[in-house]
Design a protein around this ligand. Structure first.
Ligand code: SF4
Length: 429
């Protein structure tokens, strides 16, 4: 038999593989597919793949991609054979996977923070007052939760979510089966309502990330300007006690920024979080360069040698805890030395969307913006007032107010599909 071919797999958006008639190795064949959900069709297997050529599969121009419809039913199957034959590709049939429509919704339910950390990427000099996400906007935004993986619907990206008096009410308003999509980061430095800790522990959310840089009250207070260590400590202890008493609890993740001020205690701090507080994971970060951080950062960031030593000292901890280490972006120290961009820097009111009033933002027609949006990872940033922008796409090309969408999930599914289709010139259905 001269036919050969493999259905390599699918990502929920397309099924892909290769097929060849070895008696005519430089001519493409057609493959026909059948979907258990109802559709059938034909595509030409004529896309070049270097790995096929290297493996001696003709001239390498034998790959195909089948665009898939939205997943229907419990385990929809895709079967592929060479057209006009009974030859079914190896790996066929296969089950259509779930599509990831959105990789992340990085949201904020407020516009401000209770602290003024000298290394904060947000320059609060440009921010006035406390603005809160409304219940209506949250309800609309929450309709996107089924589209994101667990933990990837953030209630805080840039600001402090515990400043919203309805934080826990918002979480509890989400259907139980969707709450594991939610996570947030907090400085845990405000006095919080007593009942929040138990409610958060039982909420069913995916994870809580807590900023924790030092166990020395003076160092803690200097780095987390505006915070008092006793308040933070009490909050952490209450949270940990609540989590310990809850079998299905959220994951507890700590984030430590590394500076001259605390570098000597980071190893012990991670052990303390792991063994005394029951942390599931820990992250150590170097500072990003931003012009408004130029002066403070220059005096407080680690030298490359210090960072390398810290990284070496952290390695053994990987046997004790899940540790993420985010070192300096190349050129960071030089940027601090040069104070890059500081002379022309102006503090902004918003990290994105500038001063836009989200209520005035028209909703783009998906087909009109599809080819400007990324087709692989689709990440949204959501502002307290409902303004949404997409990572990797200029704001003037795409932004909307989620509260204006009649059916937010349907809109983003359509948009994601349109963006994907706009980047598939090789597929001929
Ligand atoms: S706690 Fe976080 S958001 Fe608040 S000022 Fe500090 S770094 Fe910024």
């Amino acid at each position: 038999m001269s036919f050969d071919g493999v259905l390599d797999g699918n990502d929920g958006w397309r099924a892909y593989g290769w097929a060849i008639d070895r008696s005519r190795p430089n001519e493409p064949v057609e493959v026909e597919y059948t979907l258990s959900s109802g559709g059938t069709g034909t595509v030409v297997a004529d896309v070049f793949r270097a790995d096929l050529k290297q493996a001696g599969i003709g001239d390498g121009q034998h790959a195909f991609a089948i665009p898939l419809p939205m997943r229907a039913g419990d385990a929809p199957q895709i079967a592929v054979r060479i057209k006009g034959t009974s030859f079914e590709l190896r790996g066929s049939p296969t089950v259509q996977k779930h599509r990831e429509v959105l990789a992340l919704v990085a949201g904020d339910i407020v516009n401000n923070c209770n602290l003024r950390c000298p290394f904060c990427v947000v320059d609060y000099a440009g921010i006035r007052g406390l603005k809160l996400m409304t219940e209506e906007t949250f309800r609309k935004a929450a309709e996107l939760m089924p589209l994101v993986p667990p933990g990837q619907f953030w209630l805080s990206c840039l600001h402090e979510p515990t400043m919203h008096p309805r934080l826990v009410d918002f979480i509890e308003s989400v259907p139980l089966e969707l709450r594991n999509r939610i996570s947030f980061t907090s400085n845990l430095s405000r006095r919080l309502p007593e009942d929040w800790f138990g409610r958060l522990a039982r909420s069913g959310i995916h994870s809580l990330r807590v900023s924790f840089d030092s166990r020395q009250p003076e160092v803690f207070g200097a780095l987390r300007a505006g915070a008092r260590y006793e308040v933070f400590k009490q909050n952490v202890e209450r949270l940990v006690a609540a989590l310990r008493g809850t079998p299905e609890r959220p994951r507890l993740h700590f984030i430590t920024m590394a500076f001259q001020d605390n570098v000597g205690e980071i190893v012990d701090l991670i052990r303390y979080c792991r063994h005394e507080l029951g942390a599931d994971s820990h992250e150590v970060r170097f500072l990003y360069y931003m012009p408004h951080l130029a002066q403070w950062g220059k005096e407080h960031i680690l030298t490359i040698e210090q960072w390398d030593q810290l990284e070496a000292a952290l390695q053994p901890l990987k046997a004790e805890t899940a540790l993420q280490i985010a070192g300096p972006v190349p050129g960071t120290r030089e940027q601090f030395e040069e104070q890059k961009g500081l002379a022309e820097y102006v503090a902004r009111e918003n990290a994105f969307g500038w001063g836009d009033d989200a209520r005035q933002t028209p909703v783009p027609v998906p087909e009109n913006v599809a080819n400007r949006l990324p087709d692989d990872t689709f990440q949204l940033r959501l502002r307290w007032d409902g303004l949404v922008v997409a990572e990797g796409c200029p704001e003037h090309e795409f932004r909307l107010n989620v509260a204006q969408l009649a059916r937010p999930a349907e809109y983003f599914e359509t948009l994601r599909l349109a963006a994907w289709q706009a980047r598939q010139p090789a597929v001929r259905a």
